[in-house]
Design a protein around this ligand. Structure first.
Ligand SMILES: [Zn+2]
Length: 307
């Protein structure tokens, strides 16, 4: 089915309550810094409402959308694939408007936020394609959220939460009951679900896990983990348990977490920032777009999750 871009944007903006969320607290800071650092005139190149809210339609293409491509970060591979495989009017829906290199726990540390290269932006515009991104409102969405997707695939029952947002009182961190398992079995399942070669692990191995905390993305905050532990959580599942960003900020966060990990009784499990946030695209968002909106989707998994 072909959908008018204008209508699609209204539906998506409403579903993710962009108006209520206002400015994205993360990308309203990181996006200007990243694009200013490469002297890219983001204010005139991106759609005006996006430059105010930092969520929503980033680049506007032709008025009719045939397919929606789903990805998480704008890596070179993802953008090249989108430009090559799409046809005029198609839309790319991502979580981040910037690539975030969080680093590989068994390899190279990351650069942090990296802007989209200008040649990809030109390629997207030349082909009259559209790009839409949605960050914090997607993380907090109760039925289409990044952490909600992880809870659903693990068959976890949400019983409590932490870090609620004022907009809709939804928690960022989901506290859930799961069928009893142990750390090694849980890691085995997570590797399969997220299609990753290894997890990042710290803390203690647990023989009887029944209560877990789930937070997609950067859950590597000591005070969040402490709060989860107080709620009786046995395993804390997130994208990043250790920051591997190669700068002073990253190294400081890394050592603070190492110190906490040596004292916790929880299993701390990282499945990579990007894979933890891609899952929702592969499952809940794909289903919603295909069944509720009735539009064809195309998945673009990242070439490497630990990057
Ligand atoms: Zn993220």
């Amino acid at each position: 089915m072909v959908v008018r871009l204008e209508e699609l944007v209204v539906i998506m903006d409403q579903e993710f309550a962009l108006e209520n969320f206002g400015k994205d607290p993360a990308f309203s800071r990181f996006l200007p810094d990243a694009y200013d650092s490469v002297l890219f005139d983001w204010k005139s190149q991106f759609e005006f409402p996006f430059t105010q809210r930092f969520n929503g339609l980033l680049i506007k293409g032709s008025p009719f959308v045939h397919r929606i491509f789903l990805a998480v970060f704008p890596t070179d591979h993802v953008l090249e694939h989108f430009i090559e495989k799409s046809s005029e009017g198609d839309l790319l829906f991502m979580h981040h408007p910037l690539l975030m290199e969080c680093g590989d726990p068994r390899g190279r540390w990351g650069k942090g936020f990296v802007p989209i290269k200008e040649n990809w932006i030109r390629g997207i515009k030349d082909k009259k394609l559209s790009v839409y991104t949605c960050h914090v409102p997607l993380d907090y969405h109760s039925s289409l959220g990044t952490s909600a997707a992880i809870a659903r695939i693990l068959n976890a029952e949400i019983v409590d939460g932490l870090v609620p947002i004022h907009v809709n009182k939804t928690p960022l961190i989901l506290i859930c009951h799961i069928d009893p398992t142990d750390t090694n079995s849980l890691i085995h399942s997570l590797k399969q679900i997220f299609e990753i070669p290894y997890v990042d692990f710290d803390g203690q191995k647990h023989p009887d896990i029944q209560k877990i905390a789930i937070v997609a993305g950067c859950g590597d905050k000591v005070h969040w983990m402490e709060a989860a532990e107080k709620k009786g959580v046995h395993a804390y599942i997130t994208g990043e348990i250790h920051c591997h960003i190669d700068n002073a900020y990253g190294r400081e966060k890394f050592s603070a977490m190492k110190e906490f990990a040596s004292t916790t009784s929880m299993s701390l499990i990282g499945v990579s920032h990007s894979a933890s946030e891609y899952l929702v695209k592969k499952t809940l968002i794909k289903e919603w777009l295909e069944h509720t909106i009735g539009i064809e989707t195309v998945l673009i998994p990242q070439e490497k999750w630990w990057l």
